[in-house]
Design a binder for this molecule. Sequence first.
Ligand SMILES: Cc1cc2nc3c(=O)[nH]c(=O)nc-3n(C[C@H](O)[C@H](O)[C@H](O)COP(=O)(O)OP(=O)(O)OC[C@H]3O[C@@H](n4cnc5c(N)ncnc54)[C@H](O)[C@@H]3O)c2cc1C
Length: 399
Amino acid sequence: MDFSDSPEEAAFRAEASVFLDENAPEKVPNPYQQVTREAQLAALPGAREWHATQTRDGWGVLLWPVEHGGRGLGPIEQMIWNQEKSKRNLTESIFSPQVGMVGPTIIAHGTEEQKEQHLAGILNGDTMWCQLFSEPGAGSDLAGLATRGVRDGDDWIITGQKTWSSFADIADWGFMLVRTDPSLPKHEGISYFLVDMKQPGIETQPLRQMTGSELFCEVFFNEVRVPDSNRLGPVGGGWSVANTTLLHERMMMGGMGNQFSFDNLLRDARERGVQFDDVTLDEIGRVQAWSKALDMLNARIMTKVRLGKNPAAESSVMKLAMARLYSRCSDLGLRVQGAEALIQAGEWQKHFLTSPAFHIAGGSDEIQKNTAAERVLGLPRDPYDLRGTPFDQLPRSAR
Ligand SMILES: Cc1cc2nc3c(=O)[nH]c(=O)nc-3n(C[C@H](O)[C@H](O)[C@H](O)COP(=O)(O)OP(=O)(O)OC[C@H]3O[C@@H](n4cnc5c(N)ncnc54)[C@H](O)[C@@H]3O)c2cc1C
């Protein structure tokens, strides 16, 4: 395991650090961190401006090829960039799904017309995109999706329901998976579409979370007509196109490990003059040990990436550990406030109520544990192998 940056990486880190010190707004207005839709919308122009500043100076899309406005860099530079942002509490951007997910997918699988139509708007933040993958019955097992697309001349008629789609109600475009042939096995009958979210037949319904925030939506497709020219990749080839999206999502997230600032926690405690009891001290020690272990794991992932290996299992362990650390830290944040925590509505309360989402979004804890069990511990795979069975012949529970 190699813990240090190479001279080139150290130079890149220094460059990133200078850019962030000089350009990052003191407090970036992040729509993700606002509660009401009004506040989220009010934060949008600031987020757009910060996004444009990064793009203008070559920091917006490190992984995109140069000819499409990126820097053509690799996952290690992305990780270093993420780490530098995390140190400054610059968390996920509202534009991440488009620059980190659908943009690279269009570059990899799109026609020249699709690239021409979408890439510039995605890059500069003029258009906003949402991800329409999950459905009420298809989250962890994404290939079980049931939203149907039926061919009608040059169009597809799409009917079904998506859920959990962050900011779908304010997005201009969505990228979605649709079952276009239910007679094929479930991974094979899926196609990938780019959908104009403002057209008739699409109904969005924000869902309120326990933070009070309305971040994501249910989205209903009632016989929505989508031109075949909006299909990304081959008919029935959507699963492998989606894998490009998911791979880029993982790369985009790489290095965001230590998002939760242990230093903030201690600073808060010191400011309040908190006298820690033994139980709290013990927990602080544990959290710090976890935090350090996460740094090591990050170094291990970086080393693997540098050697051209896929750190899939380590990434699963990382995701699990991150979510757990986030929960324990927010728990501690409340403990530091003592009984007052119950009547306040501050940062730690928000972290505490947000933490369950980290155990679900981007692959739930149980799924990460399955991956770790199979790929790290070598435990046997699920005994029920229904691959090859046509989707419409699968038992409902296996769809
Ligand atoms: C904040 C947030 C934002 C999101 N944004 C988006 C978005 O913009 N677009 C989008 O498409 N999706 C989005 N999602 C959806 C997210 O990807 C899914 O919630 C996630 O994949 C889990 O799927 P599910 O909720 O359907 O849970 P299910 O798959 O129904 O699982 C329910 C429970 O069963 C467990 N489970 C399921 N299968 C297994 C198994 N084989 N072994 C063991 N346990 C199992 C799960 O781990 C979980 O605990 C978002 C989610 C959150 C929380």
